[in-house]
Ligand binder design. Structure first.
Ligand code: BES
Ligand code: ZN
Length: 638
């Protein structure tokens, strides 16, 4: 574009908004030069130093034909300075129709008045800043908008992608920076809002949200919600589908399609005791009810800790409670994450590392030490694998995610390395003292967000200084700021696994036939340990023997199937390929499919298979999963 054409466009933009101030919205959010400021959220355009949102009222209609939510959001403002003339919100691919503002007069609300606004050019990672002119200290802003069918935070499913096959399904996934693709807001975990919502859906469907849900609500196409506790934007969530409810305990229940409702309620029947036990150890549960929503298999995560209503993949319904650590994990976020929240995406480990640590602890209380030890060893092996594969800079706990989608740095590091650091502290000062510390920490920062350095300060004052002969700040800093993890870190051990190891070695050496390996019934964890630690290359007869004796290709357990399919790919074991194809088409959970595509793409033959299957599977994947798989399957670009 020539300079003069650019000039004309700029003048045009100024004249439609009528104010030049709006064009000056800082682009600093995406800048990643210079010294990092730990308190700054580099993933939001919002001017939160001037004005913050305190409450949002949503009124949205869900249109499955257009794959669009349309309506308005009313935001209540709190001014931090009297100079604020602009409100900057985060948006991504939203169509903004109209903006209005109003000011409360003495006792009553004023009239809505049209306000000027400007939608800036989109940044590929962050979306577009929406600048709204604020006049005379208005205290409410109403944005009329609609979402785009490609909204990164929504997945629109066809009836064929659901269990019932009759009705469509919609769900949101806002973490980390996708709330802005379905609500214009200050999309940063440093701001907390309460919200109310009216959601309009086709009459046959039910809407649920991360809020107070009424399972008795009549199916009439209009549902109202209230979230009375202030939450960060990444925890706002909605789903719409042919959903039924079943109670599991006094405070716990499950929403799912009728076809899987009973299986889900049985699988997750221990949720109520998990809730009670976690409260006993780490302080009261702050959110009223704790329900689960079981999504269709394209849900890109295992789970998402949306407050009061965790979103859960159906791939963990194994029939034997073997994969319910996922529920302990999402529940634990009710303390670490949802009440005490990471201030920026650099601090994700404060959410995930603490939650992973709590998960192990909850699993031990509910299922005993043997399982706790096995799950700890598997987690440690995940950490070793992450250290071997994640690039060095991203192996720090506090990872520099400036200038990119935080999703691009996502790995097991914040989870397992964060948890191992807490385990080390626990071992040094004793469990009782550490539990007391955690309980106080959760209470002290309840409903607040904090960044890594604030946490280190707190830890130093409340723990390190109390145990100067056992803990040192330098050691903790090594964990937080350096890659890898200390060589003398705690290393979990499991006697159950030692036995498996011995059998595996004897089988590999030819001293034991597969039919004799199984000693009683192995648990899923023992199977995973056996499979995950086989050498990369096995002979064709070894592959055939394992499959013949243990029927691994037909395993109903999605984690075991995942481990086996990975081995099958590495060894070009063709009898497993029809199952592999089915698995990749039916499941959209990133953790389960990414390693399979990765492994396939390592050989020419595998790449041909991956490309063919991906073509078929891609339309059913969530936008996030599509993004991840696109990069793997089409490394040279599409
Ligand atoms: N909050 C995460 C999922 C998440 C993290 C979404 C970062 C977007 C950005 C959730 O609690 C989680 O950790 N899920 C895991 C569960 C597992 C570790 C038990 C998953 O989905 O695999
Ligand atoms: Zn988590």
């Amino acid at each position: 574009m020539t300079f003069s054409r650019l000039f004309i466009v700029v003048i045009f933009l100024f004249s439609i908004t009528g104010i030049s101030g709006l064009a000056n919205v800082s682009n600093a959010a995406s800048s990643h030069k210079g010294k990092l400021q730990p308190e700054k959220d580099y993933h939001s355009f919002a001017n939160t130093d001037e004005v913050i949102l305190t409450h949002i009222d949503l009124d949205l209609a869900v249109d499955f034909d257009k794959k669009q939510m349309r309506g308005h959001a009313v935001m209540s403002l709190k001014y931090l300075t009297d100079k604020a003339e602009t409100l900057v919100l985060d948006t991504r691919a939203l169509n903004i129709e109209k903006v209005e503002v109003r000011k409360k007069t003495e006792a009553k609300q004023g009239k809505w008045k049209k306000a000027k606004f400007l939608l800036r050019k989109a940044d590929p990672a962050l979306g577009s800043a929406l600048a709204i002119a604020l006049k005379d200290g208005v205290d409410e802003v109403k944005v009329h908008y609609s979402t785009s069918p490609e909204a990164s935070g929504l997945q629109w499913l066809t009836p064929a992608q659901t269990a019932g096959k009759k009705h469509p399904f919609l769900f949101s996934q806002a973490q980390a920076i996708h709330a802005r693709s379905f609500i214009p807001l200050q999309d940063t975990p440093q701001v907390r809002v309460t919200y109310n919502a009216t959601i309009r859906t086709p009459k046959a469907l039910r809407a649920v949200m991360s809020a107070e849900n009424d399972p008795e609500a009549e199916r009439n196409g209009v549902y109202t919600f209230k979230m009375p506790q202030a939450i960060p934007s990444y925890l706002i969530a909605i789903a719409v589908g042919d959903l039924e409810f079943k109670a599991m305990g006094k405070r716990t229940g499950v929403y799912a399609e009728a076809e899987i409702l009973n299986a889900a309620a049985a699988e997750f029947a221990d949720t109520e005791s998990m809730l009670e036990e976690t409260e006993k150890k780490f302080g009261p549960y702050s959110w009223g009810r704790y329900d689960l929503l079981i999504l269709p298999p394209s849900f890109p995560f295992g789970g998402m800790e949306n407050p009061r209503l965790s979103f859960i993949t159906p791939t963990v319904i194994a029939g034997d409670k073997s994969l319910v650590a996922l529920i302990a994990h999402e529940l634990a976020h009710s303390w670490s994450g949802n009440t005490v929240t990471n201030a920026t995406w650099r601090d994700l480990w404060l959410n995930e590392g603490f939650t992973t640590y709590l998960t192990y602890r909850i699993m031990e209380i509910i299922y005993g030490e043997r399982r706790f030890k096995m799950e700890s060893v598997l987690g440690y092996q995940d950490l070793e694998a992450a250290v071997a594969s994640v690039k060095e800079d991203d192996q720090r706990l506090a990872v520099d995610v400036r200038g990119r989608d935080p999703d691009d740095a996502f790995s097991n590091i914040p989870y397992e390395k964060g948890s191992l650091l807490l385990t080390e502290i626990e071992h040094k000062i004793g469990r009782e003292a550490f539990d007391e510390f955690l309980k106080t920490y959760f209470a002290k920062y309840q409903f607040q967000s904090l960044h890594t350095e604030e946490f280190l300060d707190y830890l130093n004052t409340h723990l390190i200084k109390r145990y100067p002969d056992k803990l040192s700040l330098d050691r903790v800093k090594q964990w937080v700021y350096e890659s890898g993890f200390p060589a003398d870190a705690p290393k979990p051990q499991s006697d159950a696994f030692t036995i498996i190891e011995d059998k595996r070695e004897r089988w590999l050496a030819g001293g034991l036939i597969a039919r004799k390996i199984r000693h009683g019934e192995w648990t899923v964890h023992e199977w995973l340990f056996f499979l995950n630690n086989l050498p990369e290359q096995l002979s064709a007869s070894q592959m055939a023997e394992l499959d013949r004796v243990f029927e691994l290709t037909e395993s109903k357990n999605n984690e075991i199937a995942h481990s086996w399919l990975l081995i099958a790919i590495r060894n070009d074991y063709q009898p497993a390929y029809p199952r592999l194809e089915k698995y990749l088409v039916e499941i959209g959970r990133r953790k389960l499919i990414t390693p399979l595509y990765d492994a396939l793409m390592k050989t020419k033959k595998g790449a041909v298979f991956a490309k063919r299957v991906y073509k078929k599977a891609r339309p059913g994947y969530h936008p996030l999963a599509q993004g991840t798989m696109d990069k793997i399957v089409y490394p040279e670009g599409k």
